[in-house]
Ligand binder design. Sequence first.
Ligand SMILES: Nc1nc2c(ncn2[C@@H]2O[C@H](COP(=O)(O)OP(=O)(O)O)[C@@H](O)[C@H]2O)c(=O)[nH]1
Ligand SMILES: [Mg+2]
Length: 362
Amino acid sequence: MAGLFKKFFNKAHEEEQKEELLQESEEQLSDEEIEAILVEEMDEGPLEVESEHADEAGGSDFFFSRLKEGLLKTRKNIAGKINNVLSGFKSVDEDLFEQLEEILITSDVGISTSISILDNLREKVKEQKIKTPAEIKDLLKQEILAIMEDSTEKFGEKTPAVILIIGVNGVGKTTSIGKIASKMKNSGKKIIIAAADTFRAAAIDQLEVWGNRAGVDIIKHQEGSDPAAVIFDAINSAKSKKADMLICDTAGRLHNKKNLMDELKKIYRVIEREYPEAHKETLLVLDAATGQNAISQAKLFKEAADITGLVLTKLDGTAKGGIVIAIKSELGIPVKFIGVGEKINDLQDFAAVDFVNALFED
Ligand SMILES: Nc1nc2c(ncn2[C@@H]2O[C@H](COP(=O)(O)OP(=O)(O)O)[C@@H](O)[C@H]2O)c(=O)[nH]1
Ligand SMILES: [Mg+2]
């Protein structure tokens, strides 16, 4: 009797805890948290990476193996643990579900997302009368795929386009611009990049290095000049050179939310006024290795900009790749690209099926 009561009590208590955790994860950010996000000084890494020639692209097998390699740490963390747990159970019971939920939560999939994935899984198991732990893996993959799949159009289809790249300092904006520019140029498009992160001369130089590497033109002003003026010039250049795509770097070092909003508004106004016919996109760059902090950054930037997609960088260096799932599930912003290394070809179009397969592959 006491055992039964304890079990019941624990269950009720657990539900309460989940509720609390859910509420916590939905709370608004405080001003202090916003400031901590925006002024965080991150290591910007070496300005000059050793010059490398673009690896020859070797078809989809090549990209899939690069993806698998890039996700190695996350894969070990998620798939490795899941396989262990599944092989340790003989039947499908509540204990198994709880251990799976725990693995997802500790892999940065996020509390609310992990809970909802497991709730759906429990239902499917019941519906389909699943009896063996081995069958669970496929169901789990399907659940994650359902979150990640997206029907928004392919990046770069509409031209001419202006792409604004935003995100806090150090997440990989400039590097990703170089990689995107190279990718788009290789697909036959004319690309111009704009150095609208005018905060430091080094940031302009860094973009120039990437521009040279990708073989695209760069529009730049001096350090400290007005970012909106750089974009104004870049638009004129894009029009006169009939560029397909203008990609704009921005500064991540903005000290509060008002600053961030004001600066972005000014830039948007220039783009809207000078280039109304262009297709506009805003890509938010997030460093996957920062885990849950990436979600806070996304929430903050979402208030200041109409984000059309995400670039998730540094997946190669982290076991926290589960954050990709949390971000898509919690914020609904499609992931457009993922960064799996520092080289020019280390940026992949995000494909949900490949991602989920790579995540679960042994
Ligand atoms: N391992 C790895 N490093 C990356 C990736 N993307 C960017 N980086 C590194 O992150 C550091 C900061 O990048 P940067 O583009 O300067 O960031 P920004 O301040 O947002 O412009 C650099 O050392 C990059 O080489 C990635 O996908 N994987
Ligand atoms: Mg930069």
